[in-house]
Design a protein around this ligand. Structure first.
Ligand code: UD1
Length: 385
């Protein structure tokens, strides 16, 4: 099979690591990097740290308004697809790069495989929610990470081409867990922090960064936490803190340690050793569960509802009081294994490859039918605390 894969933003590079490895062992893959993320710490560091093949082309689209960014990518990707004429276009997740690639392929009648299909936050104010819905609508193969995702698609009347190979993020998490330092002290020293309890924070959603009052509330919550807060800053968040004249307050707060955006293994190292993670990212909520780190999500809804149901994740929005309460409760409440634990075996990428091959040969396997609902336990977490 000739497959064109399109990536552009951090979470997609991470998913491409196990997927490209399997695809290239069996097929001919051409990798497009849209250039949505372009700083060394936002892009190149992932390719180096995760051993992802060099992109065959970088479209260098860069930042911009959603319309301009998505539109430019659509035009440029369509040109590459016209020249490459693949059997299939593979896209990941829910970024503007995902949507642009899906639309470009759909308009050229090229089949689309969507890895991480069926996720929904049910909040259409999130650009990612629109990207997911639109991408699922035009996809031929909808590769779901969870049963909840399969159910979402069914409710929207999509059941053709839907399968449940599991979450490739687990594949990466299991790989990474064997490579990060086992010693918390060693790891923290690397970041110039004494060996002590800490909360890892990441914030980048426009809904949390672009409104001064909201961002000030989050900063107040973090600076008042009774623990060290290690906070790798997304470029947008840094720019907003500067423009609202709040960066000083953060750098001068005694309990905050600001870091630049981190590579994947550095970040996982911190995640594995953190006592709590606070994030508005989608993927980090799930990764926190994989590494058994309690998570406070600075949003009012989540695509990963399983993490909340299992007790590993508490939704706190952006209100300082709720954030403080969630910080306490997530550490003390009972927790159990994630749903779909039987799919966490490090073979999701291989199952996706098999699904693509089955489709290409005219007989798609149906994991949604094949995988029974099992009783759940913690045995598939990537580590034991
Ligand atoms: C994008 C995705 C989001 C994903 C996130 C992971 C969309 C709509 N959003 O959000 O789903 O969770 O990536 O990080 O696609 N910037 C830099 N250097 C870079 C990249 C960005 O300085 O290398 C700055 C620019 O000012 C840019 C801003 O960050 O305008 C936002 O970047 P953008 O790619 O538009 O969205 P993210 O917030 O990163």
């Amino acid at each position: 099979m000739r497959i064109v894969t399109v990536v552009g933003a951090r979470p997609q590079f991470v998913k491409a690591a196990p997927m490209s490895r399997v695809l290239r062992a069996n097929h001919d893959e051409y990798l497009i990097h849209t250039g949505q993320h372009y700083d060394y710490e936002m892009s190149r560091v992932f390719f180096e740290g995760l051993d992802i093949p060099e992109p065959d082309i970088n479209l260098a689209v860069g930042s911009g308004g959603h319309g301009a960014q998505t539109g430019t990518m659509l035009t440029d990707i369509a040109e590459v697809l016209t020249a490459q004429r693949p059997d299939l276009v593979l896209v990941y997740g829910d970024t503007n790069s995902t949507l642009a690639a899906a639309l470009a392929a759909a308009k050229l009648s090229i089949p689309i495989a969507h890895v991480e299909a069926g996720l929904r936050s049910h909040n259409r104010a999130m650009p990612e929610e629109i990207n997911r819905i639109m991408t699922d609508r035009v996809s031929t193969l909808l590769l779901c990470p969870t049963r909840t995702a399969v159910d979402h698609l069914r409710r929207e009347g999509i059941d053709h081409g839907v399968s449940l190979p599991g979450d490739v993020m687990y594949d990466v998490a299991a790989w990474a867990a064997t490579r990060v330092s086992a010693e918390r002290g060693d790891l923290l020293n690397q970041f110039g922090v004494d060996n002590q309890p800490f909360c890892l924070a990441t914030i980048h959603r426009p809904s949390n960064t672009d409104d001064q009052v909201v961002l000030a509330g989050i900063v107040r919550a973090l600076t008042n936490l009774p623990t060290l807060v290690v906070w790798p800053l997304h470029p947008r968040t840094r720019a907003k803190l500067e423009s609202f004249d709040m960066l000083h307050a953060v750098t001068e707060a005694e309990n905050i340690r600001l870091l630049p955006p981190l590579g994947y293994l550095e970040f996982v190292g911190l995640l594995v050793h953190a006592d709590v993670v606070m994030t508005d990212s989608g993927g980090i909520q799930k990764e926190a569960c994989f590494h058994q780190t309690p998570c406070v999500t600075l949003r009012d809804e989540t695509e990963w509802v399983e993490t909340v149901a299992a007790g590993w994740n508490v939704l706190a929005g952006a209100d300082p009081d709720r954030i403080r309460d969630a910080f306490q409760s997530v550490q003390s409440q009972p927790r159990q294994a994630l749903a779909d634990a039987e799919l966490m075996d490090g073979r999701a990428a291989q199952r996706i490859n098999n699904e693509l091959e089955g489709w290409f040969e005219g007989s798609p396997a149906s994991y949604s039918a094949a995988v029974p609902r099992a009783s759940l336990n913690l045995s598939n977490s990537v580590r034991t605390r």
